[in-house]
Design a protein. Sequence first.
Length: 251
Amino acid sequence: MNKHNMEIIETTLLRGRVQLLQPKQGFHASIDSVFLAAAVAVKGRAEVLDVGCGVGAAGLCVASRNNSIHLTAIDIQLELIDLAHQNAALNGLDAAFFCGDIRSEKHIKDNSFNNVLMNPPYLEGGTHTPSPEKIKATSHGEDASGATLADWVKYAHKKLKQGGHLTLIHRADRLDDVILELTKKRWFGSLVIFPLLSHAGEDAKRVIVQARKERYAPLVLKSGMVVHKESGKYTKEAEAVLSDAAPLVLR
C-alpha cells in the first residue's frame, strides 16, 4: 500500500529496460504505451511532453532510447503522478511531472516542446457506461476527466513549438474524429497514419497518428504492423519494438 491506500505492483517494459510501479487494480500501462513511445523520434536534448502520462510508462520508454531528452509530463490523477515520480527515480531519470487538468493548466510553458505524445481516453463521452473503478474510468473514457479529444489536441498545439511533432495512439474506429480535430483549424498537418493489426487479415484496432504543428504536406498512410502470429505470440516486428526498443519509423 502507499499513501493513497492503493496496492502497488512492480512491472517492467522493454524486457526490463523500464521499471514501473503501478496500481494493482484499474488501468495498467500496456503495449499501447510502448508502441506510442516507439513512434516518437527524438534527437539530442529534445524537449518532450507526455500528456495524460499515468504512471509515466510511455515517456519513460521514450527516454530509454534517448536519455538526453528532457521529459515533462502531466496527468489529472494525483495518485498516478506520485507513482510517476517514483518510476522516474527507479529508472534514473530526472523528469518533471505535474498533476493538472489540460483545460486549465498554467505551469507548463507554451510553445516550448519538440515532441508531444499522448494516449487520450479512447471512449467518447456519452457513448459508454464508465467503470466504477476511478483510475480505469478516467484513463479509458472522456466522461470521467471531462476533457474531450478536441481539448487534448488544443493542448498539444498550445505546448508544441512550430513544426513540432504530435504523436498519439487511438482506436482505429475513431480515426475520423482524430483527423477532424487535428485539421479543422489547420493547427496540424503532414499527417502520418500507422495502423496496428492484432492479426493478419483483420481490421486494425489501433492507429498511431503523427502530425506536425502548422506544417502541411499530403497525408501518408503506412502499411502498419501485424502484432500477433496465429499462435498468439508476437510477430518478429512487434517483438523488436516491445522487447528490444526498436523504433517505429514513421517519416
